[in-house]
Design a protein around this ligand. Sequence first.
Ligand SMILES: [Cu+2]
Length: 404
Amino acid sequence: MRDRHDAGPGRVRGVSRRQVSGVGGALGLMAVTGLSASAALSRRPPSTGAELRSAVPLPPAFRVPLPLPSVAAPVGTTGGADRYEITQREATLEILPGGLPAGARELPLMITDRAFVDDGSLAYPALDPALRGRPGVREPCLGGVLGDVILVNGAPWPVHEVDAARYRLRVLNGSNARHYALEAVGADGRRLDLVQIGADQGLLAAPVTHHRLPVAPAERYDVVVDFSHAEVGSLVRVVNRLGTGRTRDVMAFRVVREARGDSRVPRTLSTDLPAWRRSDAVQVRDFAFRAGRMRGGHGWLIGGLPFDPARSDVTVDLGDVEVWRLIADAHHLVHLHLVGFRVLSRNGRPPLAHDAGLKDTVSPRPGEAVEIITRFDGCRGRYLFHCHNAEHEDMGMMANLEVV
Ligand SMILES: [Cu+2]
């Protein structure tokens, strides 16, 4: 992936530093894994539907090697340098800030939870097993489908060998509905710092250090972890503090060799983040994300309505700045197409540490009102916004945004 979006000066044109780090990375990962752009989001496990049980024997944790998706093949090699052809509009060139871990020390980690039936295929409690007629899932899973197996890049509870050095982890929560609160725990029980450098849509202005990182479905976090203080031979476990039983484990890193520390985390990561102010907004809109009735059954609604592909729910003028207030009854994962936004507030209070940067998915907690601000620029046309809990989305929680 790095080769694809970090092709070097003169190759990536018309793409800002944030875009290089954010959109490209996420789309690249989706292309590699076949994950649909609308695949995932919802409630904390304690308040979500029943967890599915797998009918196959499950492997012990941290034995399966972590698969790493392949990167684009170069179109040629000259003098030891690989060549990639990327056609973009010509514009100012920006490159990533120097010093971040790269190459084999930059790892895409797509985390999902799944359950398996006895022939090894995926268990899914669809109302229509053919997935063609009636949308939705059976009663205990209405809040979102949880699996009992945690997969990283498709492998159950994998392990990856690392140098005693900094690594850059490109985390995507590709789960349907499972939330994670990730911690990296060393052999001595101490937590390693998770230094966040990027959000959904690219680099932050400056790093934010977490001990526990909340990751809602569809969110992406760009995080640097330093294994240099871990003893060679020891295991650093990545755990989910919201999981129970085996779903507390996610994956592990085995530190296998000493290494020279040649990477760093720059104090300034980007200087081009939009700084929209509340006073820039020409509209403030409220959207309630709530349970309700749809086609005589259970649904998940935005503004009291289930999705209608033919209806325009919101019309905005191209170039306008707006504030949207997203009000949630349960955990929802509000995802806007077309634009990135910034989180202004949660229940009238300042945003949380992990709300930093430019985002396209935000997770209001039950009973919370989250304010976001964005400028609707780009292209006129019809776009979607929706809850990224896959089950909520399938049961109506989607709406049309018309940019005119
Ligand atoms: Cu939802």
